[in-house]
Design a protein around this ligand. Structure first.
Ligand code: HSE
Length: 362
């Protein structure tokens, strides 16, 4: 079988790491980079003279008519990225994307389009960086009836909160550090306010519960106002503060409870021990109980691992069909359901989420 020909959209943090993996001496067998689209291709081409044999372009049309088998969308943002994915599928290419905003808004439609076209749309990189949560929920646990997901889904906010705790620095300093390491969105408020985690959680609600959820349906409290005094107050109580994403589904009443919020968690719990850009998730099924996954959740190299894994899945079986999501709209979506603001939790010196969520050994 000839190698899979890959065109990349977007030569930013994730795109650069993907290119490194595809072109260095230990390049991944069966995958070959043939094209790069970037608005600043003319400048970036000069900065990367070693990428011989790669067609650089500033015109998306060049990618669509190229002989690439797969388009990797690493440009980010909703539009025009969503239209590029649609056009690539219509042009007969499979697509691998890291774009949570697009999958959260248009994933249902784009997956149907991909299946109609006999092509694949894969998006492991959209959630959790190298943490394989999309496969865990969509494939590995498909045999269970999933009822709850509790997770750290934003590496930037986790890096910021854990750095404040570890170094007693201000939030601004911690944000600058996360930005310099390539974790943060262009606008880091999307990380701290919970928009990024809401998009990821909305996708997971589709995969885990078969529910159509819009990110803005999910209640959110921002982590932007967490102060060093809050972090130190939590520490005195044996706790630390983490941005958690929570979703539970009551299938009998078609009720979804979903929120993203800073939460005080015990320091030695799974979530308390998740530091830096790590993500972690506890997925609960009616039959298997709690299943945990964790790992590097943000950053170019971690996200590129998920992209390469998806490319290898396409290379292994080019005729595979990624099943379209069969979604229903929940009858009722509830917000915090009695979960208090973390400051109330700390002043109460109690942790309001069931202790089983904080099991030490996962
Ligand atoms: N800004 C995102 C995060 C990038 O920090 O998790 C990975 O999706």
């Amino acid at each position: 079988m000839s190698p899979l020909r890959i065109a990349l959209l977007g030569f930013g943090t994730v795109g650069t790491s993907v290119v490194h993996r595809l072109t260095r001496t230990d390049a991944v067998r069966d995958l070959v980079l043939t094209g790069i689209f970037d608005r600043r291709a003319d400048v970036k081409r000069l900065a990367h003279p070693a990428l011989r044999g790669v067609a650089w372009t500033t015109r998306i049309e060049d990618v669509l008519v190229s002989d690439a088998d797969v388009v990797v969308e690493a440009a980010g943002g909703l539009d025009p990225a969503s239209g590029w994915i649609r056009d690539a599928l219509l042009a007969g290419k499979s697509v691998v994307t890291a774009n949570k905003q697009v999958i959260a808004r248009d994933g249902e439609h784009l997956l149907r389009l991909a299946a109609r076209q006999g092509r694949q749309l894969r998006f492991e990189a959209a959630i959790g960086g190298a943490m394989p949560i999309v496969r865990a929920v969509a494939d590995g646990l498909a045999g269970d009836r999933l009822t709850r997901i509790v997770a750290i889904l934003n590496g930037t906010t986790n890096a910021v909160l854990s750095r404040m705790d570890a170094t007693r620095c201000s939030m601004d300093a911690a944000i600058r550090d996360a930005q310099s390491r390539g974790y943060a969105e262009q606008d880091p408020r999307l990380d701290l306010d919970g928009d990024d985690a809401r998009a990821k959680l909305a996708i997971l609600c589709g995969l885990a519960f078969g529910l159509r959820v819009t990110p803005t349906d999910i209640a959110a409290r921002s982590a932007a106002s967490v102060s060093l005094a809050d972090v130190e107050g939590a520490r005195r109580q044996g706790a630390t503060i983490r941005q958690l994403a929570y979703a539970s589904h009551d299938a009998d009443t078609s009720t979804l409870t979903a929120w993203v919020s800073p939460v005080a968690v015990p320091r030695h719990s799974l979530f308390g021990r998740t530091t830096g850009p790590q993500n972690a998730a506890l997925i609960t099924g009616a039959h298997a109980g709690d299943i945990g996954v964790s790992g590097a959740g943000a950053g170019g190299d971690a996200t590129a691992v998920a992209v390469i894994s998806d490319l290898l899945a396409v290379a292994r079986d080019r005729a595979a069909v990624v099943p379209p999501l069969a979604l229903t709209t929940p009858k009722c979506i509830r917000g915090f359901g009695g979960i208090a603001d973390f400051r109330v939790q700390i002043s109460d010196c109690g942790f309001q989420i069931s202790d089983s969520l904080f099991a030490e050994a996962v």
